[in-house]
Design a protein around this ligand. Structure first.
Ligand code: NAD
Length: 476
């Protein structure tokens, strides 16, 4: 295993200082199932210190847009310069192949550069002889950014970039199952970011609860599960916090009747199994016309056989282990449930008998609409394929869920596919692509998949209070 041994204990960034004198927890290497590093566990007292420094830093930070842009540029540059180190840390803690981790670092850096270019707009609603009415943007205040384990660097940089562009200060809390990359980022940017503007506090769920209920926090920006999103919404009630909730998904992909299966299958497969399917907006259900189903299953079976599972640091590997034991158990349980209720595995079907959290790409068919693997989010390398008779029936099935993050439609007639995409109840409806996230394009979910949008101009407005300045002009 090529995960480098940890030589120095990582430190928390709290109010401009690096803190070592805390308890440490184990980080598990997903490729072996064994501890390989330790992470610092922030106390409630450190959270208190970070939040009060974040509040104190607000006025100067909010007033200095050029400084904020420069800081964002410098953090982006650190990501670029340290990309190999950060990518290795990310691969080591969540098990994704090194090349995918490198791409995450690159995307995170690009996200920050994009936000560094952002100017807060002023909307002129009226400007005539009677009145001037303008809408300006003020910062919301201190933002608690609560991060999941699956793409910690990209998600944290999207939140931090938008918060800084708006003039907010930020406390980031990574997941205890993927703390190392963000803790390292905190150390690397300590001398760039003014004291108090950014703190990085790793810890468990209880630390998240401290932050999301704290009166000094004006906004919670959360990415994670629906269940935690609901808890955070409850915690926000007493102090009416602003919320951005990016929650789970159960994205459907509809393959148009008669589509060129040989051409499209590899792209749909990639949309489902990239990073072992541990992506919020991955393909999580496929609907295919009954006449085309067998050809699609054959193509998926061949692609699954060609996948190379193994050590994420091996450049030949296309799929690493799942990121943690609970996720392995979740995916194993869902597939077993599908097989126990009449489903058939075209590929995979059980965890690999080796150390670590390895699960092969698994395609299941002959599953009912109310099977867990069709109804719920599997967040792993297991994909149900469901045949349909009519396109209307496929659209109804795809929309018949409490989720609404992404969706996609695949076909050779792009116009016809786009018309079906327009009927999808989801924040993103892609045609002949899936899961493409761009800094300038809004992203978020319908229904239980979330509240609000990240990215794009709307993704900065989410971190602002809109203020109307309405001036009556003297009559001449
Ligand atoms: P999770 O909800 O278990 O944890 C996410 C974060 O919330 C962690 O940092 C955790 O410590 C913290 N947390 C847990 N309980 C809390 C509480 N009561 N108060 C405050 N914070 C608390 O999610 P996860 O397992 O880390 O991530 C996987 C989930 O995230 C999946 O459902 C996936 O779809 C979703 N996700 C969504 C998006 C999106 O953009 N919509 C992106 C990535 C992941």
């Amino acid at each position: 295993m090529s995960t480098a041994p940890q030589t120095v204990e990582p430190a928390l960034l709290v109010a401009g200082r690096l803190v070592h004198d805390v308890d440490y927890g184990d980080v598990i290497n997903p490729a072996t199932g064994e501890p390989f590093a330790r992470y610092p566990i922030a106390t409630a007292a450190l959270a208190e210190e970070a939040l009060s420094a974040a509040r104190a830093a607000l006025p100067a930070w909010a007033a200095d847009a050029p400084r904020r842009q420069e800081v964002l540029r410098q953090i982006a540059a650190v990501l670029h310069e340290r990309s190999e180190e950060l990518a290795a840390t990310l691969s080591g803690e969540i098990g994704i192949p090194l090349r995918d981790a490198r791409l995450e670092v690159k995307m995170a850096s690009a996200m920050l550069m994009h936000r560094a270019e952002a100017e807060l707009p002023v909307d002129v609603v009226h400007d005539d002889e009677r009145q001037s009415v303008r809408v300006v943007r003020d910062p919301v205040g201190v933002v608690a950014a609560i991060i999941p384990w699956n793409a910690p660097l990209l998600i944290a940089c999207e939140k931090m970039g938008s918060a800084f562009a708006a003039g907010d200060t930020c406390v980031i809390k990574p997941s205890s199952m993927a703390p190392l990359t963000l803790v390292r980022l905190g150390t690397l940017v300590r001398d760039i970011v003014p004291e108090g503007v950014l703190s990085v506090l790793s810890g468990g769920n209880e630390l998240g609860a401290v932050l999301t209920s704290h009166p000094d926090v004006a906004m919670v920006s959360f990415t994670g599960s629906v269940a935690t999103g609901k808890r955070i919404m409850e915690a926000a009630v007493p102090t009416l916090k602003r919320l951005s909730l990016e929650l789970g998904g159960n994205d459907a992909a509809i393959v148009m009747p008669g589509a060129d299966i040989a051409r499209l299958a590899p792209k749909i497969f990639q949309g489902a199994f990239y990073r072992s399917g541990q992506i919020c907006a991955a393909v999580k259900r496929v609907y295919v016309h009954e006449r085309d189903e067998q050809r699609l299953l054959d193509a998926f079976g061949a692609l699954a056989d060609a996948a190379v599972l193994g050590d994420p640091f091996d450049e030949h590997v296309t799929m690493g282990p799942l990121s943690n034991r609970p996720q392995l158990q979740e995916v194993s349980g869902m597939v077993q449930d599908a097989l126990d209720t009449g489903g058939r595995a075209v590929s995979g079907g059980a965890a690999l008998d080796r150390p670590g959290f390895f699960y092969p790409p698994t395609v299941v068919t002959a599953v009912d609409a109310d099977t867990k693997i069709v109804k719920d989010e599997q967040f792993g390398p297991a994909l149900p394929v469901v045949p349909y008779e009519t396109l209307d029936g496929a659209v109804a099935a795809a929309n018949g869920t409490e989720f609404g993050l992404g969706s996609s439609v695949w076909g050779d007639d792009v116009q016809a596919a786009a018309e079906v995409a327009a009927q999808m109840q989801a924040g993103s409806a892609w045609v002949n692509r899936h899961g493409l996230v761009m800094p300038e394009v809004p992203f978020g979910g319908f229904k239980y998949s979330g509240i609000g949008r990240s990215n794009g101009a709307v993704g900065i407005d989410a971190y602002c209070e809109l203020k109307t300045i309405s001036v009556a002009k003297p009559r001449g």
